[in-house]
Design a binder for this molecule. Structure first.
Ligand SMILES: Nc1ncnc2c1ncn2[C@@H]1O[C@H](COP(=O)(O)OP(=O)(O)OP(=O)(O)O)[C@@H](O)[C@H]1O
Length: 357
């Protein structure tokens, strides 16, 4: 833990420190990365809770400094690479326990109508009337030329502050998504894997994931997991994404290769669970084995009640994660919807084949 965090710990309340650690790290990032990193923290609802319970337990020593009792083991020994825990501790995904899973016709999960949005800073219009409906259990893919508005659409859905909605409606699980704060959207079950995942120096993956997971459990009224219980919960997830346990000791995305960052995004998804996972170019920068691992993990996470919206340029991802619908986005709206045959045509003929009615 570096000096600024220790200093901060001395002026923080006991419960306040917990979420100041990632926040401090974000504030140390270059300005260009800050809003993305804040969005990442908001993904987990970790910056707005008025009094989050501490993951790190600590107490005042006689010398007036804080004594941390993060765990019985020093940080570098907390997740040895060979660590295997066969625990039967409470390890259900919050969304598993929240889902109805009770049969019946699939419910409408997301309904976007005539959505328009501009860039907050310049007022430039990017989304020009997006319409999209996603039912529980469906996999949708959005394809489209560079700059057509795919990532903007994803970021608008999760409430990214760079964009302002100027019209239309978005209903998620029956609620007006546009009225919800970014972290509430995340806690409600919306997850966006970033095209360029941000690094958060000074915050370990394990602390970050446990904090995020417990934030979601709190929201759902479930008891939080302590570090040992969290081991039990996360170990199968690591195997699912084929990530070594020592990744948990490393700072969030710091020094990760492009492919490792993408795997880490899917690990976050596996840990948090999500009713709607939006995967923005999750295939970019992945070698073929990594793509297979990531796709396998995404498929394993599918249940009859959750859905995936993936943004991609390439058909090869769609061979691993088979979509029910493919949409073409052009100039900030969805102009065509079909099945895998759209991707086949695109591969052969390019976007000119999509411009005919
Ligand atoms: N924060 C921003 N500031 C300025 N311009 C932006 C911002 N966000 C998006 N844009 C612009 O909006 C347009 C759509 O961008 P977006 O990233 O949504 O496209 P995309 O379809 O995801 O493209 P790609 O396939 O290349 O990832 C682009 O012209 C982009 O430069």
């Amino acid at each position: 833990m570096d000096a600024s965090v220790v200093l901060q710990s001395k002026i923080s309340s006991v419960t306040g420190l917990f979420y100041r650690i990632p926040l401090l790290s974000v504030l140390r990032l270059p300005k260009i990365h800050r809003s993305s990193a804040m969005a990442l923290l908001h993904r987990f609802g970790c910056c707005s809770s008025p009094s989050p319970p501490p993951l790190l337990s600590f107490k005042q020593s006689t010398s007036n400094s804080m004594l941390f009792t993060v765990s019985a083991l020093p940080r570098h020994r907390r997740f040895p690479p060979s660590f295997r825990l066969t625990a039967t501790l409470a390890a259900e995904s919050p969304t598993d326990s929240a889902s109805n899973g009770g049969g019946g016709p699939p419910k409408l999960l997301l309904e976007v109508k005539d959505l328009t949005a501009v860039i907050s800073e310049s007022g430039k219009e990017i989304l020009n009337g997006v319409n999209l409906s996603i039912y529980e259990g469906e996999i949708h893919a959005i394809m489209g030329k560079n700059g057509s508005g795919k990532s903007t659409f994803a970021k608008v859905l999760v409430g990214h502050r760079d964009y302002q909605v100027t019209g239309g409606s978005v209903v998620f699980k029956g609620e007006n998504l546009l009225e919800m704060e970014a972290e509430d959207r995340s806690l409600a079950g919306l997850f966006l894997s970033f095209q360029s995942p941000v690094e958060i120096p000074g915050v370990s993956n394990s602390d970050f994931l446990q904090m995020a997971y417990n934030a979601r459990r709190r929201k759902l009224g479930l008891p939080e997991l302590d570090p040992l219980q969290f081991y039990g919960y996360i170990m199968p997830k690591l195997e699912m994404v084929n990530i070594k346990a020592d990744f948990l000791n490393r700072n969030v995305n710091e020094g990760f290769s492009g492919g490792e960052k993408k795997r880490n995004e899917i690990l976050q998804l596996a840990v948090l669970g999500a009713e709607l996972a939006i995967l923005d170019e999750i295939d970019s920068g992945l070698d073929v084995d990594a793509l297979r691992d990531v796709a396998k993990a995404v498929n394993a996470l599918m249940t009859p009640t959750n859905s995936v919206l993936m943004i991609t340029h390439y058909r090869r991802l769609l061979e691993f994660i088979k979509p029910d619908y493919i949409h073409i986005m052009d100039d900030g709206r969805i102009t065509k919807t079909g099945d895998i045959s759209i991707a086949n045509i695109l591969e052969k003929e390019g976007y000119k084949a999509m411009s005919t009615p």
